[in-house]
Design a protein around this ligand. Structure first.
Ligand code: NAD
Length: 275
C-alpha cells in the first residue's frame, strides 16, 4: 500500500537525522517533498548544524525513490525565508498536505536554570517553539482553506518530563505540546489535524547523519558511550530509539489512517515516560 501518493509534505530540519529519516519514509510512500533546513551554523548554537550538501543528499535519496523534491535553505527563525519556501512549494506542487515541524536544537544546554543567559534562552525558544508556530502560521491558512491537512510537531520526552540542566530545551518542548493542543482545537472543526511526537533518546545513525545524542552527552560533559548506556537502561525496552521508529510514527500521523487523531501526544520512547 502506498499511503501518501499524490500528497505534498513539508519537512523542516530535513538535512539530516530525524528529518532525513522522515523524508525517506514519506518518499517511499509516494509523497512529493519540500525539504527545508537552515544549512549553516547558528550564532549561539555550540555545534554544527545541517549543511547544503547534507540537504542535497537527503533530496537525492528521496528522488531515487521516485519523489519530486524541492529544497530550500531557510532558518525557522526567519519568517521571510520561510514564506518564500512555502510560496515556492505551493507554486510547484499546488498544495501542502502535511507539515512536519522537526527542526530543533538541543544546546546551548547543560547548566542550571539561573545560569542560562538571555541569548541562550532566546535562541532555544525561537527555534524549537516559535519556529513551529511560524511554519503553522504560513501553512495553516492553506490547509484550512482546503479543509484538509496534517501537522506533526516533533517534540520530545522533554515535552512531558523535566531533564536536569536542560531547562530551555524542556520548556521549548513542553511549549510545543501546548501549541499542538491549542492549534488542534482551533483547527479540528476545519478538518486540519495537529499532533505531537515525543521521541526518547535516538541513536545517532550514520546513515542519516544524526548527532543530537552526541551533543546531549557533550552538554553534560559525559562520554557518549556512558550517556548511551544510561538511556538504554532508563528506556524500559532497553534500547535506543531508531530514527525510522520516529519516521514511522510521523508517517502514521501524516496519513489518513490516523484521520480521527488530533491533539494527541504520541510517545516513541521505549517506555521511558511510563513511570
Ligand atoms: N535525537 C534525539 O535523541 C531526539 C530525541 C527527542 C526529540 N528529538 C527532536 O527531533 C528533532 C530532530 O532532531 P535530530 O536528532 O534529527 O537532530 P539533528 O541535529 O541531527 O538534526 C536537526 C536538523 O534541524 C536543523 N535545524 C536546526 N536549527 C534550525 C533552524 N533554525 N532552522 C532550520 N533548520 C534547523 C539542523 O540543521 C539539522 O539538519 C528535533 O526537534 C529534536 O529536538 C531528538
Amino acid at each position: 500500500m502506498v499511503r501518501l501518493q499524490g500528497k505534498t509534505v513539508v519537512v523542516t530540519g530535513a538535512a539530516r537525522g530525524v528529518g532525513r529519516a522522515c523524508a525517506l519514509a514519506f518518499s517511499r510512500e509516494g509523497a512529493d517533498l519540500a525539504l527545508l533546513d537552515v544549512c549553516g551554523d547558528v550564532d549561539g548554537v555550540p555545534y554544527p548544524l545541517g549543511t547544503v550538501s547534507q540537504l542535497d543528499h537527503t533530496a537525492r535519496l528521496c528522488r531515487e525513490q521516485g519523489a519530486a523534491v524541492l529544497t530550500a535553505t531557510a532558518d525557522v527563525r526567519d519568517g521571510a525565508a520561510l514564506r518564500a519556501a512555502v510560496d515556492a512549494t505551493l507554486d510547484r506542487f499546488g498544495a501542502v498536505d502535511v507539515l512536519v515541524n522537526n527542526a530543533g536544537i538541543v544546546a546551548p544546554s547543560g547548566r542550571t536554570t539561573h545560569e542560562i543567559t538571555e541569548d541562550e534562552w532566546q535562541v532555544m525558544l525561537d527555534i524549537n517553539l516559535s519556529g513551529a508556530w511560524r511554519m503553522i502560521s504560513l501553512v495553516g491558512p492553506h490547509m484550512v482553506a482546503r479543509r484538509s491537512g496534517s501537522i506533526v510537531n516533533v517534540a520530545s520526552t522533554a515535552g512531558l518530563v523535566g531533564y536536569r540542566h536542560f531547562a530551555g530545551y524542556t520548556a521549548s518542548k513542553h511549549g510545543l505540546i501546548g501549541l499542538t493542543r491549542a492549534t488542534a482545537l482551533d483547527y479540528a472543526p476545519l478538518k486540519v489535524r495537529v499532533n505531537a511526537l515525543c521521541p526518547g533518546s535516538i541513536r545517532d545513525d550514520s546513515a542519516v547523519e544524526g548527532r543530537m545524542l552526541t551533543e546531549i552527552a557533550r552538554s553534560l560533559e559525559l562520554p557518549v558511550g556512558e550517556h548511551e548506556q544510561t538511556f538504554v537502561q532508563s528506556q524500559p525496552m532497553n534500547a535506543l530509539i531508531e530514527p525510522e521508529d520516529v519516521a514511522g510514527a510521523a508517517l502514521w500521523l501524516a496519513s489518513d489512517e490516523s484521520r480521527q487523531v488530533t491533539g494527541s501526544v504520541l510517545t516513541v520512547d521505549g517506555g521511558f515516560t511510563i513511570r
